[in-house]
Design a binder for this molecule. Structure first.
Ligand code: ZN
Length: 278
């Protein structure tokens, strides 16, 4: 047999074997923030051990309907799960499927159990701003529970956070959505702007992603807290709850799903973390 023919044959056998290998499943854990009923001292944000308040943002519509963050994030989480369903080799798990209230540690534990590639905590913002924003766990002094922590995987978090925020901006633009001045916040008590990030305040939702990063050492995932939009900004946020709310949500879900799939394709390029700053 000629050498060239032999090489061609070997190449064919190898490529067949490679193709036969089952594709790696990319696991996404979506965490609809908050949930459950208010129990004093348990989920009102005062109890560090539980770490998740039952609700945060809320808005009262003209007809008196009250929209709670805990409900709308669950709807968005389910829509995102459906939208991700059209991509191959992606499996999605929600940290809650109903109005329950898993602790921050429980939510992170689900991501660890799944060996998640993405842990995305979904929230809506309040307080009068505009535009989607994301938070990542600091690579600086993360002061929650007085842990001095360095997050060497922040690059991965920032890539997903930035891409998903930009995608949401595009999704909301036709409905009047605006951009936030700062897209990604580094959640720390000390300024840390080496990555051009804004300085975030400690918010209760960050504990879910803090647990995922710190207590459970979920190091292979991109860990991001996403504030989808401001729920209560008068003269602005109505597109989220008005007549077109379902269309808006579907659009957001499609764009977020595409951003996650883009990250899935790109993550091989950023699998090595950059060394933490000393
Ligand atoms: Zn929230």
């Amino acid at each position: 047999m000629k050498t060239s023919l032999l090489i061609a044959l070997i190449t064919l056998v190898i490529s067949t074997l490679l193709n036969a290998k089952p594709a790696k499943i990319f696991r996404v854990v979506i965490d609809p923030g908050h949930g459950g009923k208010l129990v004093k001292g348990k989920n009102d944000g005062t109890q560090e051990s539980h770490g998740v308040s039952h609700n945060n943002a809320k808005v009262t519509l003209k007809d008196g309907t009250i929209i709670l963050e805990k409900d709308i994030v669950l709807e968005y989480a389910k829509a995102l799960k459906t939208a991700l369903g059209k991509y191959e080799n992606i499996e999605v798990t929600l940290t809650r499927n109903d109005d329950s209230s898993p602790s921050a540690m429980m939510r992170a534990a689900i991501a660890v159990d799944q060996q998640a590639d993405v842990f995305l905590s979904l929230h809506f913002n309040s307080g009068g701003g505009k535009g989607p924003r994301a938070y990542v766990v600091s690579d600086d002094h993360f002061a929650w529970q007085y842990i001095h922590f360095v997050n060497p995987y922040i690059q991965r978090d920032i890539v997903l956070a930035t891409h998903i925020v930009k995608s949401l901006e595009l999704a909301f633009k036709p409905f009047g959505g605006k951009k936030s001045k700062t897209r990604v916040f580094n959640d720390t008590v000390e300024p840390s702007n080496d990555y051009g990030l804004g300085k975030g305040n400690l918010i209760d939702g960050i504990r879910s992603i803090g647990y995922a990063r710190i207590d459970t050492h979920l190091y292979n995932a991109a860990v991001v807290l996403l504030e989808i939009e401001f729920l209560d900004t008068k003269g602005y946020s109505e597109f989220l709850t008005g007549k077109e709310k379902d269309k808006v949500m579907q659009q957001a879900a499609l764009y977020m799903a595409r951003a996650i799939n883009d990250y899935k394709k790109a993550q091989v390029l950023i699998k090595k973390p950059i060394p933490a700053r000393q």
